[in-house]
Write a protein that binds this ligand. Structure first.
Ligand code: HPA
Length: 234
């Protein structure tokens, strides 16, 4: 048990999928895992452990934004011994060739700040994905025929941004999409020698204003969960 996770030590698997939304954790566990058991409900941040193809998996909500994800990822790593942590979530497309429903596999993520900025000081640390997970996710995604982009993303601190000039620079520099958690997950995994990846679904587009209709979300998000599970156990 930790401050924010009520599970017993053996109730968390070595492989953890982390959606931002606790109800998406519930949906993914009920849809993809066998014998899924609720292992955390502290603050309503639901976590479930079950098996996928015989492999133990935990799906634990991270909340929105890097400070929230940082709490859960730290506790999963340092107390529960999580080895593989994969963020699954939505993102906003930033390039014209990135469409709604496409999958983004993040090699790296840029930030203005993250919970680690304070101690990196003058260093502009470049958080990066685990290459083995990344390449396995690309293979899984291609095998499904899902339209997939692999490259840099932007982990922002704000959903309601007031600086269009920043978005413009990100777009100019090839950033595929914006979300709010991946950079901290990659940084923590690097610090503790664990594997991390973010597999994201484009739910809206910053340039076109297009957004995924809610009835389409389950099927599209399902592809992303399967890609993450296949990558974890490749
Ligand atoms: N901004 C930040 N995070 C997001 C977005 C966005 O437009 N869409 C989905 N996650």
């Amino acid at each position: 048990m930790t401050v924010h996770i009520g599970a017993a030590p053996d109730q968390i698997a070595e492989t953890v999928l982390m959606p931002g939304d606790p109800y998406r954790a519930k949906w993914a566990a009920e849809t993809f895992l066998e014998n899924a058991e609720l292992v955390n409900e502290v603050r309503g941040m639901l976590g479930f452990t079950g098996t996928w193809n015989g492999n133990r998996v935990t799906i634990q909500g991270s909340g929105m934004g890097m400070p929230s994800l940082s709490i859960y990822a730290n506790e999963l790593i340092t107390t529960y011994g999580a080895q593989t942590l994969i963020r699954i979530g939505s993102c906003g497309g930033m390039q014209p060739h990135v469409g709604i429903r496409d999958v983004i596999i993040a090699m790296t993520s840029s930030t203005i700040t993250s919970p680690s900025t304070g101690f990196f000081k003058e260093i502009n640390y470049a958080p990066c994905a685990d290459y083995g997970l990344l390449s396995a996710a690309v293979r899984a995604s291609e095998a499904k025929g899902t339209k997939t982009h692999v490259g840099g993303i932007y982990s922002s601190d704000v959903f309601y941004a007031e600086r269009p000039d920043l978005d413009e620079q990100m777009v100019r520099h090839g950033i595929l999409a914006v979300e709010m958690e991946a950079a901290e997950l990659y940084t923590l995994a690097a610090r503790h020698g664990r594997r991390a990846l973010a597999v994201l679904t484009v739910s809206d587009h910053l340039q076109t204003g297009e957004a995924l209709p809610s009835e389409d979300r389950e099927k599209t998000f399902g592809d992303m969960v399967e890609i993450a599970l296949e990558a974890a156990f490749a």
